[in-house]
Design a protein around this ligand. Structure first.
Ligand code: MG
Length: 223
């Protein structure tokens, strides 16, 4: 019989705990207001190119590149403040992201304190599960995320010791819903919820029951 202390709950940040889609929409509106539609589009293009290079979204790095030729524009300094001070809202954490903006988001939203600093940020979290397990050894894990493919990749590595919970929030979840008729997610999420608050309708036994230990899994993706 497992007690609560033997289970680690892993929570994603963007579009799971924080409404990152809304941040992106607000940022776009703000950029347009300050630099016009062309300026906004130039920033999005720089951000997209940088993402190809780095594999994570670097809002501040893109702003540094966007800066070229705009050094005299006071709106530029307002823009970095807008990003760093953005009120990300309510709050624990296994996240992908950069090493400056992503931790700052998590701190400012209160999530950092809520989880007493138990925050892991990787470039690809599904490839950093050995490191995660060393930091937070447990018999069972529950991962809550808005990306079904990522949950599936983690499940293929961790097997039944991981319960996956797919949250239908944000544009990745919507994309998945639109494609799911012709996209097979293998294995599918163990549990699906509409909103992060719906977690409160479940207790620990619900999360463990949907991924019973004893089923066989292929561990070939484990590195
Ligand atoms: Mg996310």
């Amino acid at each position: 019989m497992l007690s609560e202390g033997e289970v680690v709950f892993l929570l994603d940040v963007d579009n799971t705990l924080l409404d990152n889609d809304r941040f992106v929409a607000d940022l776009g509106a703000r950029l347009e207001q300050a630099f016009g539609a062309n300026g906004r589009d130039r920033y999005w293009a720089i951000l997209a190119a940088l993402r190809e290079e780095l594999s994570y979204v670097d809002y501040l790095g893109a702003l540094e590149k966007f800066r070229v030729g705009l050094d005299d524009d006071p709106d530029l300094l307002q823009m970095s403040a807008f990003m760093l001070e953005y009120p990300f809202g309510q709050p624990v954490v296994l996240s992908d992201g950069d090493v400056v903006f992503q931790p700052r988001k998590i701190q400012r939203s209160g999530i950092w304190n809520a989880v007493e600093g138990r925050v892991l940020i990787y470039v690809h979290k599904e490839r950093a599960l050995d490191a995660m397990e060393r930091r937070y050894p447990a018999r069972r894990y529950v991962m809550i995320d808005d990306k079904a493919q990522l949950l599936s990749a983690m499940k293929r590595t961790l097997g039944p010791e991981l319960t996956t919970v797919f949250v239908h929030q944000g544009h990745y979840a919507a994309q998945y819903a639109a494609q799911s008729a012709n996209t097979v997610i293998d294995p599918p999420p163990d549990l699906e919820i509409e909103r992060i608050g719906d977690l409160l309708d479940h207790d620990l036994s619900d999360f463990l029951a949907v991924s019973p230990i004893g089923i066989t899994v292929t561990n070939q993706e484990r590195t």
